[in-house]
Structures are given as C-alpha cells and as structure tokens.
Design a protein around this ligand. Structure first.
Ligand SMILES: C[S@@+](CC[C@H](N)C(=O)[O-])C[C@H]1O[C@@H](n2cnc3c(N)ncnc32)[C@H](O)[C@@H]1O
Length: 220
C-alpha cells in the first residue's frame, strides 16, 4: 500500500505541473483574445488564492465566486471545506465556464455577466456567506462596478463578506460607491508571491448607528 502511494506521488505531481501549464496557456490565449475581460496574462498564484480564501470556512457556504477563470480560487475554496455543491461560479468567458463545468460537475456554473448578479436565478434559498471576486474591477466602468457590488450585497447574508484582490495600490471600489451602498473596506493581505503582487480587500456592510435603518440604498 505504502509502495503504491510512493509510486503515485511523482505521477500526481507531474499531472499537477501539466495542468498548471495547460491552464497558463489557456489563460494566455483568453487574455490575447480579450485582454480587458481577462486582465492578467497568467492565473493567480496559490499564495493569492490562500489569502483570498483565508477567512472562509464551511459555515460560509454557499459561496459565490465571480470570474473564477481556470479555478485557482475555486480549488482554494474546496480546500477551505466549502462543498462543491455549495459553490456558485459566475464566469463570463464561455471557454472558462466550459472548463469549470468539466472540472467541478457538482458546482453551479453560471455563464453570465457578474453585473447581472441581482437578476440571476439559481442562487438558492440559503443566502451566501461570502463572495470571492477575481473580477478586473479597475478595467470596468463605475456603473458596472456599482451593479456588481449592489448585486453581491443583495445576495449576501447580513454578516457576509465580499473579497477582492487588486494589482493597484488602493481599493478598486471607488469611495463614492462604498458610501452609496453603505460598505466599508479593509485590506487583509498583501501577496508578493504573485505576478504581479496583489493586495486583498474584505468588503462588508457598515454597521448602522443604533435605531437607523440598515443601508437604505440596498433596498431600492
Ligand atoms: C483576472 S482574471 C481572474 C481569474 C481567476 N480568478 C484567477 O485569479 O486566476 C478575471 C476573470 O474574470 C472573468 N470576468 C471578467 N469580466 C467578467 C464579468 N463581467 N462577469 C463574470 N466574469 C468576468 C474573466 O473571464 C476572467 O476569468
């Protein structure tokens, strides 16, 4: 038994390296076809995936992932104990959505624009505890960023959190949008082991002062 495992280990490692290389190529070709949508030449590193999912537990399920690409964060979410059938993967690129369906047959893969999040059916009765976003917010118009955040917080439970990374030096969600939606942001990580290095932000609802109605703009 131990010998079989010892023989299987290098083979498994080889398969991982092969998958990593094909994913990198797939990602590069997707970027070459649509650079604004893909916004990176290679998938995020495992270090960034760990930082993006560090606060997520199985109690966070269901979890929505926006812009999963080849599924680097998806793998990290599974490693954090979120069951595959409690993952909702919203990916705009058909090439990535097809790949994710093959790779995660029990997850709910929705090929759609994340800006339509508030209109998407199929997000079950239990409200998600977290949204993990790999979306290139810096490359998007403000109206779209607003629609994504508004939709995400309509879906999230009251204490739910939205996780976002950026290659920029500041939070990619403009202050005006945060104020309008009653949100606060906190930087929770800085990952040098990624190309390019990235910062990780947690976005949550601001606790309203006692007696005040919670985030009225979300109720529109
Ligand atoms: C920077 S890549 C991140 C991919 C992956 N999360 C990672 O970190 O390796 C951005 C991803 O978001 C997807 N995407 C871009 N705009 C989108 C949108 N409006 N709705 C859903 N997915 C979108 C792209 O197709 C791509 O998979």
């Amino acid at each position: 038994m131990r010998e079989t495992r010892a023989l299987a280990a290098p083979w498994n490692r080889l398969c991982c390296v092969e998958q990593h290389m094909t994913d990198s190529l797939r990602f590069f070709f997707a970027w070459a076809t649509d650079p604004l949508r893909v916004a990176s030449v290679i998938p995020s590193s495992r270090a960034l995936a760990r930082a993006m999912t560090a606060e997520i537990q199985c109690e966070s399920a269901p979890v929505i992932e926006l812009g999963p690409g080849t599924g680097v964060f998806t793998r990290a979410l599974l490693a954090r104990g979120v069951p595959q059938e409690h993952l909702i993967l919203v990916e705009y690129g058909q090439e990535f959505a097809d790949l994710l369906r093959k790779r995660y047959p029990c997850a709910d893969v929705i090929c759609a624009d994340a800006a339509r999040l508030c209109k998407l059916s199929g997000i079950g009765a239990t409200k998600p505890g977290a949204v993990v976003s790999g979306l290139p917010l810096l490359a998007m118009p403000r109206r779209k960023v607003y629609a994504i955040l508004r939709g995400a917080f309509q879906q999230l439970r009251e204490d739910g959190a939205f996780y976002q990374f950026t290659y920029g030096f500041r939070c990619p969600i403009p202050r005006e949008i945060r104020t309008r939606l009653g949100l606060k942001v906190e930087r929770i990580g800085w990952v040098l082991e990624n190309f390019p290095p990235a910062q990780v932000y947690r976005v949550t609802r601001r606790t309203p002062p006692a007696g005040q109605c919670p985030t009225p703009t979300l109720l529109q």
